[in-house]
Design a protein around this ligand. Structure first.
Ligand code: ARG
Length: 575
């Protein structure tokens, strides 16, 4: 553990216990970064009240217990503790971190089994930018939690089942399998869906055929299942193209769509009814989890079997939560899904608890994804008002990146690789850098900017550090230090680098990747200041200082690259 704030927390707690008794050993010392010292601890203020002693006196007592501490503790004002670490301690810790293959990131013991439900586009509707965001946030969390040592089970809960498939299959027969496959693979599912829908509404025989098809699909008729597979396989090939383009870790093995739960739905409903958790209301089988009331003050139902016997979204989620707990043996289940589904998930979780399917030892969390907005502040659409094809959007990002990057005479292949990394990095980073539940304006100009907290800025920061090593003809991975921190800018960078591990850990606990972005951005900014003020390769820099500064560069590079990798943001070699 190198995070100074954590080291200090423990050290002050120890002082508290020594000064006031063991019962104070886990009081929060309220340590915050400070402008007057490295950190300030405010615990004496609240403790003073509790002990009926002057806070200043309490602070003196704490500080008296910290004489062996590698730094200085000063009492100021009414009883603040201003804490400054010894620069040599920071330097030693930074050196240790450089030697650590995990760069200070711990591994959770015991590891948890964490199910992450993310991406989950609907085959029968459009895959919109909202799904892009759950894909990117979910994937960043899958990478981060895996790096923290957990067993991550990705579940792509595709919308691949339900009544619309009757009409989608009939439309496939009308236009022919090849034409349908070509259209779906090209990502034109919205057009496909709309054409089917239009016929359904205007053509009675098509409507009848579609209805019959739903029944044959549900009964598992082999030829209908074959057609369903033709439709789904083509759709999944398009999703996979998007995942490839984005560099997302989802594979076909992670697909656990709604159709997978179909065979479990009857039993799910029957079991819930048998234990009295589900009751029939107005012909439909409903759950009434406690604490949910509608605007009419009546208990709010979660319908799991419609009066016509059909199943829906909620039935599937009840089956899925049971499967994830019982079969996948999850300790933690993360649903990375649009914020507009908050009520649905609260009700599903409450009902699952009521049924005993979600024990206290398992946590189910809805990681709410805020809506993507256009520059006009409304739901993101193209100029013509139609929905945006995701592949077109990603290609546009790469095209704009191509125009934005410097042409340094790279060959076409290198240039294309850089543009791809910058374009995808820009889109992904901008999704990750704001808190996942806030609404968010999709703006190419901002996300592709080379200044501010953007993907390209972060990528550029790594390219710049790497060019230092190229120029110095030194292998970054071979640098060992020792690190000494002479200048203020070096010390500030060194101190900041030490908290990388605990930031990653926090991101894993809170599921807030934007904290990692903010941390990395601060790292890059502190590095810039350091690099402006502290020459590394310049003539006249003595060998020892040069080695130490190179070590600081190497550690910074490791931290930023590792961080970007955990976020799933690609890092081009040069820019
Ligand atoms: N397909 C759904 C949608 O697009 C998201 C599914 C999320 N996962 C779940 N278990 N309900 O809205």
């Amino acid at each position: 553990m190198t995070d100074p704030q954590l080291v200090l927390t423990e050290r002050v707690q120890q002082a508290l216990a020594n000064a006031f008794g063991a019962e104070y050993a886990d009081a929060d010392p309220l340590i915050r970064p400070s402008q007057f010292a490295d950190f300030q601890a405010n615990v004496a203020m609240s403790l003073g009240k509790r002990l009926r002693r002057a806070p200043r006196e309490v602070a003196e007592a704490i500080s008296a217990q910290m004489s062996d501490f590698p730094g200085t503790v000063e009492v100021s004002g009414p009883g603040f503790l201003n804490i400054t670490l010894d620069t040599s301690w920071i330097a030693d810790e930074a050196g240790r971190m450089l030697a650590d293959p995990r760069a200070g990131v711990g591994q959770s013991t015991p590891p948890q089994r964490i199910v992450i439900d993310y991406s989950a586009p609907n085959a029968a509707k459009e895959m919109h930018v909202g799904h892009l965001r759950t894909t990117i946030v979910g994937d960043a969390m899958a990478r981060t939690l895996e790096h923290l040592g957990h067993t991550v089970i990705r579940q792509n809960h595709l919308g691949d089942w339900g009544t619309p498939f009757g009409m989608l299959i009939e439309h496939l027969l009308d236009i022919g399998e090849d034409a349908a496959v070509a259209q779906l693979e090209a990502g034109a599912s919205t057009e496909y869906y709309q054409a089917a829908r239009a016929k359904f509404e205007s053509d009675e025989t098509f409507k009848t055929r579609s209805r019959i098809r739903v029944t044959t699909l549900q009964s598992g008729d082999p030829e209908t299942m074959r057609l369903w597979h033709v439709f789904m396989d083509a759709t999944i090939r398009y999703f996979n193209k998007l995942y490839d383009m984005l560099g997302v870790t989802l594979t076909d093995a992670d697909i656990a769509g709604e159709s997978m739960y179909n065979p479990m739905l009857e039993k799910t409903c029957d079991d819930l009814q048998a234990m009295g958790v589900a009751v029939v209301s107005e012909g439909a089988l409903c759950l009434f989890p406690p604490g949910f009331v509608g605007s009419d003050d009546k208990p709010l139902p979660l319908i799991i079997r419609k009066s016509d016997g059909g199943y829906g979204y909620a039935s599937t989620d009840m089956a899925a939560i049971r499967y994830r707990v019982d079969d996948l043996k999850a300790d933690r289940i993360l649903y990375v899904v649009g914020a507009d589904q908050a009520l649905h998930f609260r009700m599903v979780f409450a009902a699952a608890e009521q049924a005993g399917w979600l024990p206290d030892t398992v946590s189910a969390e809805h990681i709410q994804i805020g809506m993507m907005l256009g520059k006009d502040g409304k739901r993101f659409k193209t100029r013509s008002g139609s929905s945006v094809k995701l592949m077109d959007l990603l290609h546009e990002a790469v095209d704009r990146a191509t125009a934005a990057i410097d042409d340094r005479g790279y060959d076409e292949v290198t240039k294309a690789e850089i543009a791809h990394a910058v374009g995808m990095g820009a889109v992904k980073y901008s999704d990750l850098s704001v808190s996942h539940d806030s609404e968010y304006v999709f703006d190419f100009d901002r996300m592709l900017g080379f200044t501010g907290n953007t993907g390209p800025y972060m990528q550029y920061a790594t390219a710049r550090i790497r060019s230092i090593f190229r120029k110095g003809e030194v292998e970054a991975a071979a640098v060992t230090g020792p690190i000494t921190l002479g200048e203020e800018a070096e010390r500030a960078l060194g101190l900041h680098l030490l908290s990388f591990g605990s930031v990653v850990e926090q991101v894993g606990i809170l599921i807030e990747p934007h904290r990692l972005c903010a941390y990395l951005f601060e790292t890059a900014s502190l590095f810039s200041t350091f690099y402006e003020q502290c020459p590394v390769l310049k003539e006249g820099v003595d060998a020892e200082t040069r080695a130490s500064r190179l070590a600081l560069c190497a550690l910074t590079l490791r931290v930023i690259e590792t961080g970007l990798d955990l976020l799933g943001v690609p890092v081009p070699d040069r820019m």
